[in-house]
Design a protein around this ligand. Sequence first.
Ligand SMILES: Cc1ncc(COP(=O)(O)O)c(C=O)c1O
Length: 452
Amino acid sequence: MNKLNKGLFGLSGKAKETLIQKALEQRSAKAAAQGDAETVRRAPAGRRREVSDDLCRFDKLPGYKELLVQKLAADELKIDNPFFRLHEGTASATSVVNGVECINFSSYNYLDLSGHPRVSEAAKDAIDRYGTSVSASRPVSGERPIQRELEQALASIHGAEDAVVFVSGHATNVTSIGYLFGPRDLVLHDALIHNSVLQGIQLSGAFRLSFPHNDWQALERLLEQRRHEFERVLIVVEGIYSMDGDHPDLPRFVDIKRRHKAFLMVDEAHSIGVMGERGYGIAEHYGIAGRDVDIWMGTLSKSMSGCGGYIAGEQALIDHLKFSAPGFLYSVGIPAPMAAASLEAIRVMEEEPQRVQQLCARSRYFLERAKERGLDTGLSAGYSVVPVLCGSSIKAVKLSNRLLERGINVQPIVYPAVEEKLARLRFFISCAHTEAQIDTTVDAIAEALQQL
Ligand SMILES: Cc1ncc(COP(=O)(O)O)c(C=O)c1O
């Protein structure tokens, strides 16, 4: 199906085409007025196909059309853009948005450690000692003790032999999957897997198959049918799914990967600091050993209050990535202040496990209250992420704007990030949210939804 006909913003395909046309005409008129008229170069007749000037214009790229539709649809319908809102301080359970203090649900600051005095102090000390950048890759610029300390702390959380830290969570998945697997391999992933995993698979050249969300039986059937066609097989799932707030039945996946001689990778971006008594993630939640999963992946940007990503696992895996994965070898090492911030966040989390427990209690409270008010919370299991489904992108955007007017900041998730009918508001809960803030929010959502 043509991407433009999929119901973006609840508009018909024809309405969208009209909007695109309008946008392109407006842009052409503007370009002409600026003396930017196209100069068409013709190749000698019959020798080569003419290369259109459109092919070297960014405003003719197909993806840009989608963007124009969204912007024009919002302008026509007089809806404020809910994205890129300005936060003027640390974003946690509250934040100052566009100059007004709001209850905030758009930050992954799950354990309220970004802005924690100890975490900030650790980052400042590291700046004083090591500066703000390590300026080159670690093989070239050398190691800083804090980088290794962080990796050892991460390895210990996952019960793994070692870990390696990259400067971006997204790039961690892209470069690790992209480097470790190849065209003779198969990667099977949950249908709701994060974009970074998909990008990594694409880079690897491996054959890609997705299985329905959390459906380990479907995964097993795929392996029975296709395992023998490939050399290595990787299965990728998330600890907590970032759009829906639910989790896989991990022991089932461990069992399946063993029986089918496959590797299992778990992206713990949203489950580290959230699941398990101490926040050690989905393995602690299910009581499985670190070695039961082959590749543990996580990000430092969420519970760990920094920036970057990591892989934890057996020594051979970590050494291999450290010496060969392009995203590590040819990219700068994590800056010392970021490593120090995440390391200190881990220490506070370990000393104060009540943060993790409070986060889970507040998340469950949000979920229960939302259900009582008849809100559609989709698949959420009550861990850190609770969506409220709205039925269309336009409704989600309007609802987000209405809530901001009432002092509540939450982001809409619209097509194409999710299917149009599954557009939603996505609430990230923090251990610092109070029950009173949650009550106010749930009541405001229910009332605003009725008015829409
Ligand atoms: C499941 C998952 N994996 C990876 C990433 C990328 O992490 P980062 O934003 O730290 O680069 C994200 C980001 O939200 C995510 O949700």
